[in-house]
Design a protein around this ligand. Structure first.
Ligand code: NAD
Length: 356
């Protein structure tokens, strides 16, 4: 039975990875998370209830802050993994503008601790397990900076991070690759575009817009609304992650994106149109859209060229943007109590963050 350590499994994407491993593999899954403001394991608990005791026996939660090197090393000894999937990070650009320290601690020091713990663990493994071991680092397309009207990011795009968040993610990518080249640690790196889907903490664009619109509150649109993101449904990202972790070539990176380029204005308007159908009493929801001051240093456009992961690992997204968005909007409408609970627990009241 494979032993998999997922860091950040109480978060949005890590939670989706944990749920998939529990429901579609026989792996023993260790979920390591410090339990921050955005953490919540309700989705995993619901999955475990549906799957029964066999899956519960394969799941362990470990409350550890990766910035604590000793606790991280102890967690690696206990989990004794064949695969590490490293998703734990501070992840919200606006928060990184208000308080970059936490991003340095989690994304840089935390990745360093984990790499050192993984190196000690991997070096001591018997040869057969050592050959199969992988350290998969999950990163973002934001490390590549900002595109103009044309072009797409690929594995050969030079790094050019421009926010405290993306700078710390870039630093972590460099550490991971350095541990491969210097110590031989078998790492795989993926850089993905913006994710959306169920269980995302309601501070990111799509859930914020849904909740504001449902509450009849003004929907903030940063700047001119023309900033472009390349949206990917979270389950398609999980498909890509599991392929990269199991079939990716050590020392290589893979860009993940589903040809889902939309301006922020298009995304907000699409959500409003869906809500007009699903909650007609509030229509037209687009009347709530309110331009607000832009994010400082707001990257203009991200877009991914996923040729490599498609050609070499056979990955294709299974969901179009419209289909994924409708599923997401319906999910948030059905989980409003969860949204209010996690926002309250996380000390977030829906206010604007990240203005200098
Ligand atoms: P999230 O904020 O929802 O979850 C992150 C989790 O990591 C949280 O549960 C948090 O408690 C945990 N964590 C943070 N610092 C930690 C530490 N020091 N020790 C232990 N746990 C810690 O984030 P997400 O959206 O699920 O993103 C997961 C990963 O995917 C991140 O590395 C992010 O950079 C990357 N990524 C995200 C997106 C996206 O659109 N959300 C896109 C590409 C890549």
């Amino acid at each position: 039975m494979q032993r998999v350590l997922v860091t950040g499994g109480a978060g949005f994407i890590g939670g989706a990875v944990v749920r998939r491993l529990l429901s579609q593999s026989q792996a023993l899954v260790f979920n390591l998370d410090k339990v921050g403001y955005a953490s919540d394991c309700s989705g995993i608990e619901a999955t475990l209830q549906g799957l029964g005791s066999e899956a519960s026996d394969r799941y362990r939660f470990m409350r550890v802050d990766l910035a604590d090197g000793e606790a991280t090393a102890a967690a690696l000894r206990e989990a004794d993994p064949d695969l590490v999937m490293h998703l734990a990070a501070e992840s919200h650009v606006d928060r990184s503008i208000d308080g970059p320290d936490a991003f340095l601690s989690s994304n840089v020091t935390g990745t360093f601790s984990l790499l050192e713990a993984a190196r000690a663990h991997w070096s001591a493994l018997p040869q057969e397990r050592q050959q199969g071991f992988r350290f998969h680092h999950i990163s973002t397309d934001e490390v590549f900076g900002s595109l103009g009207a044309t072009g797409r990011f690929s594995e050969t795009t030079p790094y050019d991070p421009r926010s405290p968040y993306s700078a710390t993610k870039a630093a972590s990518d460099h550490l991971v690759m350095a541990w491969h080249h210097t110590y031989g640690l078998p790492v795989v790196l993926t850089n993905c575009s913006n994710n959306f889907g169920p269980w995302q903490f309601p501070e990111k664009l799509i859930p914020v817009v849904i909740l504001k619109a449902l509450a009849g509150e003004s929907i903030p649109l940063y700047g001119d609304g023309a900033n472009v993101r390349d949206w990917l449904f979270v389950e398609d990202h999980v498909d890509a992650l599991l392929l990269a972790a199991t079939k990716g070539v050590p020392g290589e990176s893979y860009c993940v994106g589903g040809h889902g380029e939309r301006t922020n204005k298009q995304v907000v308007e699409a959500i409003c149109a869906l809500l007009d159908q699903l909650r007609p009493a509030g229509a037209p929801h687009a009347r709530l859209i309110t331009p607000v001051a832009d994010r400082p240093g707001h990257d203009r456009r991200y877009a991914i060229d996923p040729t490599r992961i498609s050609r070499e690992l056979g990955w294709q997204p299974r969901h179009g943007f419209a289909e994924g968005l409708e599923a997401t909007v319906r999910w948030y409408i059905d989980h409003l109590t969860w949204c209010h609970e996690v926002r309250e627990r996380g000390g977030y009241g829906g206010e604007r963050m990240g203005i200098r």
